[in-house]
Design a protein around this ligand. Structure first.
Ligand code: ZN
Ligand code: ZN
Length: 209
């Protein structure tokens, strides 16, 4: 689900400053992650300013015109070089360099990869569309299609909140989960089963006084 709010930013196959404005209409759902800040008592104005600084910072890093920077800067901050890796769909660049202002978080959590070759920008399944509505909602539609295939809340939870590369094993792990479209068939099977059971074990004769 969080990927669905962000995929629009990644579906560009070019890497230019304009990519920094290529953001999903649903991206603000992520505001729920900032609720603890409100609960801690920070003034909304302070939050707004800090957030704007963070968002503005992300503008200049979307360019191929700036090469690797001075090592201490590359070590601490998100830079054009290490953010290009974040936009790459090459195997070694997938799910790397998540930081948006500070790259030290990726160093701490082990998701940092320095830029080697020039990345192949984009997402694994190219969208092939310039329709803005499609660009914003295609991943949401896919989530909805996936959810329709299962009747298990556990499967829905995983589809919504696990990695976008999640593959649910329909037959194995969710053996009893059948597509919603199978429901009429399922009811018929159940009715037939009931009938068979009644035939095998007829109802006991009513008690006579
Ligand atoms: Zn970016
Ligand atoms: Zn991203």
């Amino acid at each position: 689900m969080w990927w669905a709010t962000h995929v629009t930013h990644h579906s560009s196959e070019q890497y230019t400053l304009s990519v920094s404005f290529r953001l999903s209409w649903t991206q603000h759902l992520k505001i729920i992650f900032f609720i603890p800040i409100a609960l801690m008592g920070f003034d909304p104005f302070v939050f707004f300013c800090a957030n704007q600084v963070a968002v503005l910072y992300q503008f200049w890093i979307h360019t191929e015109l700036i090469n690797r920077m001075w090592a201490p800067i590359e070590y601490i901050f998100v830079t054009p070089s290490n953010h290009r890796v974040h936009h790459g769909r090459d195997d070694e660049y997938l799910d790397r360099n998540y930081g948006s202002s500070l790259i030290i978080w990726d160093r701490i959590f082990g998701t940092y990869t320095p830029e080697g070759h020039t990345p192949d920008y984009g997402i694994l399944t190219p969208v092939g569309s310039y329709n803005p509505v499609y660009l914003v909602f295609h991943e949401w539609m896919e989530i909805w299609e996936d959810m329709k295939k299962y009747r298990s809340p556990r499967a829905w939870w995983r589809i919504l909140f696990c990695s976008p590369s999640l593959k649910l094993d329909k037959e194995g792990f969710y053996g009893n989960a059948r597509p919603l479209s199978d429901l009429p068939g399922l009811i018929m099977e159940w009715q037939e089963n009931q009938k068979e059971q009644e035939e095998v074990a007829p109802a006991p004769a009513p008690l006579t006084a």
